[in-house]
Design a protein around this ligand. Structure first.
Ligand SMILES: [Zn+2]
Length: 323
């Protein structure tokens, strides 16, 4: 579209001041971590959260023009569509992981309601829908959302979670799934508050995102491959910061796992990447998972049931929450 001209010149940090503060703790203190073409990364002086400063207005343009470009869309869609597959190995892995994820949702099924935030082309949402879930998707890219509606006949709303929340029934979803999304949103605090509005009491958010408390980040620091675009990856978390985020949004962190390791940083990747390195990385990745030092983190957070304290004991007792 025509938003390229709106992208401000580097540097993007608001100078002089107090306009930017940490999304988690509110601190204005920050330490410079790395520069990238569209902004900079910082570490919060208050809580340690890693965040970027970039131009927020170009987010939608980014999603419509990069990995949802028609060529990329077609290739990805072809890969996940049975029968028209250019990579059977990739496809088998995708279907195996999808089946595992689907099975993991079953213990949370009560109303049979499922929301995927950032559903992309709808391939995963389509599988969930066919498993009998009453499913809804949210997708910021109109190109991807319309593909999901046309291809799979799914209920996919275009926009951010914040924009779509008023259209959805409060406290109605058993499971909210947000894969590789939290690092992209403008405010994780507001995102989790909206998730809390939509989850039924006892419902769960299952999400995955980036982890700086990992061997990969320890090795690469500001040169870590995931710190490649201030517009794309706005936040990087750690398990303890995610626990704090969840607690702030009345969610209880129940499970957390990490996985993944990449030794080669973004600037050296093209020159040195080889199948030997890939084998090495896979081995370390398995160790990182065992040591809880992987660079990707998946967590499950539950919205507690609200129960009244037994009135016979104390009439004035406040409403308390219990898992
Ligand atoms: Zn902070």
């Amino acid at each position: 579209m025509n938003q390229q001209s709106n992208v401000p010149a580097f540097p993007l940090e608001v100078t002089g001041g107090d306009a930017v503060c940490c999304d988690l703790c509110g601190s204005h203190e920050r330490e410079f971590l790395a520069s990238v073409a569209d902004g900079s990364y910082f570490t919060c002086g208050g809580c340690g959260l890693v965040y970027s400063i970039a131009d927020e207005n170009s987010l939608s343009a980014f999603y419509d023009h990069s990995y949802y470009a028609p060529g990329a869309r077609t290739r990805y869609a072809t890969r996940v569509t049975a029968g028209a597959d250019d990579s059977p190995k990739w496809s088998r892995r995708w279907h195996r992981k999808t089946a595992e994820r689907l099975a993991s949702f079953e213990s949370h099924r009560q109303n049979g309601t499922f929301l995927e935030i950032g559903c992309s082309l709808g391939d995963f949402l389509n599988v969930v829908d066919h498993a009998g879930w009453n499913s809804v998707g949210i997708e910021i890219s109109e190109a991807a959302a319309s593909y999901a509606r046309d291809k799979w006949d799914l209920d996919v709303r275009t926009g951010t979670l914040e924009a779509v929340v008023p259209e959805l029934k409060p406290e109605s979803f058993d499971v909210i799934w947000a894969a590789n999304l939290l690092e992209h949103v403008v405010s994780p605090s507001e995102f989790l508050a909206d998730v809390d509005k939509l989850l039924r009491p006892g419902g769960v958010l299952i999400a995955s995102t980036l982890n700086f408390d990992s061997w990969a980040f320890l090795f690469s620091g500001g040169d870590w491959e995931y710190l490649h675009s201030a517009k794309e990856h706005r936040y990087v978390f750690s398990p303890s910061l995610l626990e704090r985020y969840c607690a702030n949004s009345n969610l209880e962190l129940e499970e957390i796992d990490t996985t993944g390791f990449r030794w080669i940083s973004k600037t050296r990747q093209k020159r040195w990447y080889s199948s030997m390195v890939r084998v090495f990385e896979q081995g370390v990745s398995n160790l990182a998972r065992l040591a809880n030092q992987g660079h990707r983190v998946q967590f499950t957070a539950r919205k507690p049931h609200v129960v009244a304290v037994a009135q016979s004991n104390d009439e004035s007792a406040p409403i308390s929450r219990a898992a």
